[in-house]
Design a protein around this ligand. Structure first.
Ligand SMILES: C[S@@+](CC[C@H](N)C(=O)[O-])C[C@H]1O[C@@H](n2cnc3c(N)ncnc32)[C@H](O)[C@@H]1O
Length: 278
């Protein structure tokens, strides 16, 4: 059935990005998608879940195609085993510019950016932390994975539907841009420079610095906290585009924290300082 094709391409994420769609998986995440302002194309679920989902489906403004399929059939279609067999296809929102985000975010603004973060599970966990601690927008660097990958959406527990996202497309690589129709043409380093021009302090979370530790950092004004990749951390170009570099102090026997854990610690501190001001 061609209508079920998005569910059959779940192992080909670039194809889904090109079509501007993503797949949500599991009852909680699908429920949160249906409660959100995101456009939804279709839902697939076993008949036993239909009554549970009916009120949410009926409350939607758009026409959503609902397929009833048993878990076994879906597992054959998607190519992996699932816990509940409930899936939905949503549409990635159109691109937002930095100017839009600045205009819509009350001060003091709090943004997060990720540089070359490719692990979808970590990206999803980071998104969840962003929403938990009041981040107003996430900037996804040109060499990072999309937060709309199935595993990222699942690990975010659907919080991605509450967080404005700016995805950056690699300049000069036309094919890459074409795969992300919702991306904007700026590198992360350029984007951070633009934020700084507009008064947003860019703070790199970086384990290898003795200049400033987290408890000495000031998150009271507009700021954007930048996190790096699992392997190489933050690239030199991105580090040089930041105003300052801040570390969570660690014993010499530990190289670094997982990026999701580091983001939770940083964002808790930022939220704590801001709550005191309020
Ligand atoms: C697994 S770490 C990267 C480790 C990488 N090998 C490096 O040397 O930078 C992933 C990201 O989490 C954040 N992070 C992890 N531990 C941190 C720490 N102790 N202080 C500040 N940021 C940290 C940084 O943004 C880092 O780029």
């Amino acid at each position: 059935m061609p209508e079920l094709q998005p569910y059959a391409t779940m192992k080909r994420p670039l194809e889904q990005e090109r079509q501007g769609i993503f797949v949500a998986e599991g009852t909680k995440v699908v429920r949160r998608l249906l409660e959100s302002h995101f456009a939804v194309a279709s839902v697939v679920l076993p008949e036993k879940w239909l009554d549970d989902f009916r009120p949410l489906l009926e409350a939607r403004p758009e026409q959503i195609t609902v397929y009833l399929a048993e878990k076994k059939f879906l597992e054959t279609l998607v190519g992996f085993s699932m816990f509940q067999g409930v899936l939905a296809v949503g549409k990635i929102p159109p691109p937002v510019s930095i100017a839009d985000i600045l205009q819509k975010s009350p001060t003091p603004r709090l943004f997060v950016a990720v540089d070359a973060l490719t692990n979808a599970e970590n990206l999803g966990a980071l998104v969840r932390n962003c929403v938990a601690f009041g981040v107003q927008a996430l900037i996804v660097g040109e060499s990072s994975s999309s937060p709309f990958l199935r595993r990222a959406v699942r690990n975010s527990m659907g919080t991605i539907f509450q967080l404005p996202v700016i995805e950056l497309a690699k300049l000069g690589l036309r094919h890459r841009f074409k795969t992300k129709p919702h991306a904007i043409k700026l590198t992360l380093a350029e984007c951070l420079k633009e934020l700084r021009v507009r008064g947003v302090r860019c703070i790199a979370a970086h384990p290898h610095t003795d200049k400033r530790i987290l408890s000495q950092a000031d998150f009271s004004g507009d700021c954007c906290i930048v996190f790096g990749s699992e392997g190489d951390g933050i690239s030199r170009a991105v580090l040089e585009s930041c105003d300052e570099v801040v570390a969570i102090p660690m014993p010499p026997t530990v190289d670094s924290l997982n990026v999701g854990a580091a983001a939770a610690v940083f964002l808790y501190e930022a939220a704590r300082q801001r709550a005191k001001m309020g």
